[in-house]
Design a protein around this ligand. Structure first.
Ligand code: AMP
Length: 551
């Protein structure tokens, strides 16, 4: 089957006029097949079959209906990776409700903003998260207009008087009472808020047809096969983890691993080795942390595929992957609004030699372009411009606009409806390979040059002593802006003036003389979104304020 035929087949399955989401994601798969392997904090394993998922999600859907939840209502989860999470999510979808994922690292204001923005009726939360939903300094009692369902062994200890307990609901519910809700491809089933890399989060309504694009990425991007041990290590509180760690695997009938413990290089290695992971998908920071940690690489890895997403992958990581993991790391690019769309695909039908630093080519079902900065016309190969999706050739495109934000939506689409503006800067070479340079907002304009921070950051982190780097433009009377770097040093490395000078020299000699950071700030950590993306605008604003104050 050609990729185009496969895309058409996926759309026929997931963009049909009448579908039942729970059928597509669960009931049509063999009941004895394992959907998830939950790795407990002590690294013991619990396999969850599609049959169990069907039963538990039927119970939860029946309970939701009994609580008055109707198709289209929003129900949020504030939960770590667990059997309870997948039960809740699938139950929400079975009831025809809209799932609002909340990342467990969110503090109360971030949670309250999303719950109010989504007008959620109900929140399912882990017992450990219950405190964040209590009225207090960050949450007025009047603003609490949702009911809470508490999950987990200690749920009873923390439940408030009006709360429901997930375990009790599941025990009491009759799976035969679960509703069967028919939807079409345009029906919203998830509402996810953008991650706030550049400012206030916006609500993205995700329609059922997006599942076609999610499965296409599992196949063409990641090459997840039936006999793979697939581990998507991302958290389902944000797009990559939800699309390709929960919804995509369910839609494809593949198994994913859900690790309950927090991230550490030692645990990551242990899971990869003990479970015999063959197909790993993770953010670049996971790979960078593995590289800079002093935990020894275990023997006997079985990795066949390694993929990175969500942030640019520093070019030197590709070869590191091949040397240490046994699989070069393929970078893939996407957004909450698109899912993954430009990829170094692993599937045999699309695989090309990887160019270090390139995020690849449009995936089957997607077309892209780089437009000039001053006009909606394709830039010449190699010329810096704006990365866009070409809607004339993108049958897998599913985003139609933000919830209640027509102005923000309008900024994303060209007036003639041809282009979707990603808001990212980059270029495409003669071969059609795409290169990311920065978010539009992170572009540094120094003496008329447009500079993307990413290349400079890559040179900095290629030095073993640097664990992470963020490069920003700060105001300068003469040049408009100048480059400054913020670096987090590898464990045990001391910050000295010599080190800063060496890093500056490194940029001059490995990249370009004018790009060296005028100041190198050594910091303990970089400001990040809860999903782990560097928020350069915080650094930029803080430095601009310091400079304005004469610091
Ligand atoms: P989000 O909407 O939070 O998923 O963030 C999407 C943004 O992350 C994109 O617009 C890019 O700026 C960045 N991004 C995601 N994947 C990549 C990648 N592979 N290379 C470079 N930037 C990426």
């Amino acid at each position: 089957m050609t990729p185009d035929q496969r895309v058409a087949e996926l759309l026929a399955t997931f963009d049909a006029p009448e579908m039942v989401v729970a059928d597509l994601l669960c009931d049509r798969h063999p009941a004895e097949a394992v959907g998830f392997t939950v790795v407990e904090p002590d690294l013991s394993l619990v396999d969850v079959t599609y049959g169990e998922l069907a039963d538990r999600s039927r119970r939860f859907a029946a309970a939701l209906v009994a609580q008055g939840v109707r198709p289209g209502d929003r129900v949020a989860t504030l939960m770590g990776k667990s059997l309870d999470l997948v039960t809740a999510v699938l139950g929400i979808w079975r009831a025809g409700a809209v799932h609002v994922p909340l990342f467990t690292a969110f503090a109360t204001p971030a949670i309250a903003l999303r719950l109010a923005g989504a007008d959620a009726r109900l929140v399912v939360c882990d017992a450990s998260q219950r405190g964040k939903l209590l009225p207090g300094e960050d949450l007025a009692a009047d603003d609490v207009d949702w009911r809470v369902v508490v999950a987990g062994a200690t749920a009873r200890d923390v439940a408030q008087p009006d709360d429901l307990l997930l375990d009790e609901l599941l025990d009491a519910a009759d799976p035969a009472q679960a509703p069967v809700v028919t939807v079409d491809g345009g029906t919203e089933f998830v509402r996810l808020f953008t991650s706030g890399t550049t400012g206030t989060p916006k609500g993205v309504p995700i329609p059922v047809r997006a599942l076609a694009a999610f499965v296409a990425y599992l196949e063409y991007g990641l090459d997840v096969r039936e006999d793979d041990v697939y581990w998507n290590a991302a958290d389902p509180g944000w797009a990559y983890g939800l699309y390709y760690g929960i919804a995509g695997p369910l839609a494809a009938g593949r198994r994913n691993i859900l690790l309950q413990a927090g991230f550490s290089p030692a645990t990551t290695w242990e899971v990869v080795q003990r479970l015999g992971v063959t197909n790993l998908a993770a953010a670049p920071t996971v790979y960078r942390s593995l590289r800079s940690s002093d935990v020894p690489v275990p023997e006997g890895l079985r990795l066949r595929r390694a993929t990175s997403a969500g942030e640019p992958l520093n070019p030197d990581m590709v070869a590191w992957g091949e040397r240490v993991l046994g699989a070069e790391i393929h970078d893939t690019y996407g957004q909450t609004e698109l899912g993954m769309s430009i990829v170094n695909g692993w599937h045999d039908d699309v695989r090309q030699p990887v160019k270090a630093g390139s995020m690849g080519r449009p995936m089957p079902g997607w077309a892209a372009a780089v437009l000039r900065n001053d006009a909606d016309e394709p830039a010449a190969p190699g010329e810096a411009g704006r990365v866009v999706i070409d809607l004339a050739g993108s049958p897998l495109m599913w985003f139609t606009g933000y919830v209640d934000a027509p102005d923000k939506t309008a900024e994303r689409f060209s007036e003639d409806g041809r282009w979707y503006y990603t808001g990212d800067a980059g270029h495409v070479d003669e071969d059609g390979d795409y290169f990311f340079s920065s978010r539009d907002d992170d572009v540094i304009i120094m003496a008329g040059y447009r500079i993307g921070p990413f290349e400079i950051e890559s040179v900095l982190v290629a030095d073993d002593r640097v664990a992470e780097a963020a490069v920003v433009g700060v105001p300068d009377d003469l040049r408009g802006e100048v480059v400054e770097a913020f670096v987090v040093l590898a464990p045990g490395v001391e910050s000295t003036p010599e080190l800063a000078a060496e890093l500056q020299h490194r940029v001059k000699t490995k990249l370009a003389a004018h790009l060296f950071p005028r100041t190198v700030h050594v910091v303990d950590e970089l400001p990040k979104t809860p999903s782990g993306k560097i928020q350069r605008f915080h650094l930029r604003r803080a430095r601009a304020a310091e400079i304005a104050a004469g610091a």
